[in-house]
Design a protein around this ligand. Structure first.
Ligand SMILES: Nc1ncnc2c1ncn2[C@@H]1O[C@H](COP(=O)(O)OP(=O)(O)OP(=O)(O)O)[C@@H](O)[C@H]1O
Length: 257
């Protein structure tokens, strides 16, 4: 199995006016091609910081990190990943199509290729027909799907997602979880996904990484025995409940220390 992201003894300490903040301490993790890895842990345990390190947006103070065999900075320049944030972050003055097209314009794709990719990614996130709408004309869930389309448009192998569905209600979130899983199966992308929700982490992931704060570190890595095809009702099955229990125990353990 090809290793796409590899972290070894990764540390990141922020120097602040109140003293050093150990956002990450001794993080060891290999993410393989086609994995769907979720990061779960209490606020401040370094989930976002780890994602930002992979993206080359923060620089570790110790250890090593490689992304597609490159340094994170090289990987960023090679556009190795798409990044989806908690807020959709679409430009209100651009149409949905215009928003998805933006990174393609910046990267210098031909007009014809831009048009092809916009249509293809809108199809992938089930927003075909909404290209000419403006963000405010779409629901929160649809806006988040558009932001996923924008991250997919340049067809990077890696998708980094920082609590993309955190602000949505549960019904919409369930639907987007199902859609994201279908999209992951169809595209074979490697996905690193930050969440606060145990059911979301268990439902989506091939591996669940449990983290705890002060200093931010990994306390458990769970390889999911669930099949790739997962109807939402799998959440009522014993195997699902058992994994959720293990995650909860891991989170509790982190709090006690
Ligand atoms: N630029 C920064 N400067 C100083 N401290 C920072 C910076 N970015 C993050 N931190 C600190 O590092 C720690 C980890 O933050 P991070 O945002 O990665 O946590 P998180 O697990 O993603 O939290 P949340 O679930 O609330 O998003 C926190 O204590 C945070 O205050």
């Amino acid at each position: 199995m090809k290793t796409v992201i590899s972290a070894k003894s990764l540390d990141l300490t922020f120097q602040t006016n109140d003293g050093p903040v150990h956002a990450l301490k001794g993080v060891d993790l290999d993410i393989h091609k086609g994995d769907f890895v979720s990061f779960i842990g209490p606020s401040g345990c370094g989930k976002t910081t780890f994602l930002r390190c992979i993206a080359g947006l923060e620089h570790p103070t110790g250890g090593t990190l490689s992304v597609n065999g490159m340094t994170p900075d090289e990987a960023r320049r090679a556009r190795a990943y798409g990044y989806v944030f908690q807020a959709a972050g679409l430009y209100p003055w651009r149409t949905i199509g215009g928003n998805i097209r933006l990174p393609l314009e910046i990267m210098g794709f031909s007009k014809a290729e831009q048009t092809r990719r916009v249509a293809e990614t809108l199809e992938l996130v089930e927003l075909a027909g909404f290209e000419k709408k403006y963000p405010w004309q779409l629901s929160g869930g649809m806006q988040q799907r558009a932001s996923i389309a924008r991250a997919l448009a340049f067809d990077a192998d890696i998708l980094l997602m920082d609590e993309p569905f955190g602000a949505l209600d549960e019904i919409v979130r369930d639907r987007l979880n199902e859609e994201l899983l279908a999209l992951w199966r169809r595209t074979g992308k490697t996905i690193a996904f930050v969440t606060h929700s145990i059911p979301e982490a268990v439902y989506l992931s091939t591996r669940i990484v449990v983290m705890s704060p002060r200093p931010g570190r990994i306390t458990d890595v769970i390889d999911s025995p669930l099949p790739a095809e997962r109807p939402l009702d799998i959440r009522d099955e014993k195997v699902f409940i058992d994994i959720a229990h293990r995650v909860r125990e891991g989170l509790r353990g982190g709090y006690q220390e």
